[in-house]
Design a protein around this ligand. Structure first.
Ligand code: CU
Length: 248
């Protein structure tokens, strides 16, 4: 099933759990397909016109289909309550502490991902929609002391491996969806609210950020890139960004 579904690489701590759920759902769908398909073929043969020239006005007497429906409903209930809800709850409830995580903000817009890093002080500087312009896509207020070391990138997200990452997602215009397939992360970015999402990357690599909501004419080109680096590479990268700030 894994090969059939062409499941992408599992590069985060919770990826295996999500995949297990996806695979289970596909097996159950296959079972339903075969079951209902067989029933359909049976009715085609059993109730064909040739063998039943006169319609039966009483209809079906057996309760088989009712029990079958109840069985399917129970299986779906178990899938939802025993598998889907616990996986979902573990994903969205048990947030790691910000002190032990890499925290960044991602602001979506038509059609790009702006990434806001808090810099070495770990404090996000003030942002204001009135300050947004072509050179300052996140509206960062450089007069705020916490903003001095902040930097932002467009369509480039870097994170260290084996450390929880918390991303505060928002949007400047319409609803976008932040999707990191290899991390098994997908979350809508909604204008007016900040939605946190977290995951722990377990593998270094370079992949794409996709927008999973049809967000406008340029939706197809709303792709960013993310890079999971070793701790040393990540720190070197941060320093590079900081050096870039000084020379500006
Ligand atoms: Cu989008």
């Amino acid at each position: 099933m894994r090969e059939f579904l062409q499941i992408p690489v599992q590069a985060s701590a919770h990826a295996a759990e999500v995949d297990q759920m996806t695979i289970l759902v596909h097996w159950v769908m296959l079972l339903l397909f075969v079951g209902w398909g067989a029933f359909f073929l049976y009715t085609l043969v059993r109730f064909r016109q040739g063998a039943n020239p006169k319609a039966n006005y009483h209809g079906v007497k057996s309760h088989f289909s009712r029990y079958n429906e109840i069985g399917v409903a129970i299986i779906e209930g178990v899938l939802l309550v025993a598998f889907a809800i616990p996986v979902w709850a573990a994903r969205v409830d048990a947030f790691p502490s910000e002190a032990e995580s890499t925290v960044v903000r991602v602001v979506a817009e038509q059609f790009a991902w702006n990434v806001h890093y808090p810099g070495t002080d770990g404090q996000f500087g003030r942002t204001d929609i009135k300050l947004v312009d072509a050179n300052n896509p996140i509206g960062l207020d450089r007069t705020d002391p916490s903003a001095k070391d902040d930097f932002n990138s467009i369509n480039q997200l870097a994170l260290p491996v084996d450390r929880p990452a918390i991303i505060h997602l928002s949007s400047k215009d319409v609803i976008h969806s932040f999707s990191l397939i290899q991390m098994r992360v997908k979350q809508d970015a909604v204008p007016g609210i900040s939605i946190p999402v977290w995951f722990t990357p377990t593998m270094t690599g370079d992949w794409e950020i996709n927008c999973s909501q049809l967000c406008g004419l340029g939706h197809y080109r709303m792709r960013g890139f993310y890079s999971i680096k070793t701790q040393a590479d990540y720190e070197a990268w941060l320093q590079e960004q900081a050096a870039g700030l000084v020379t500006q």
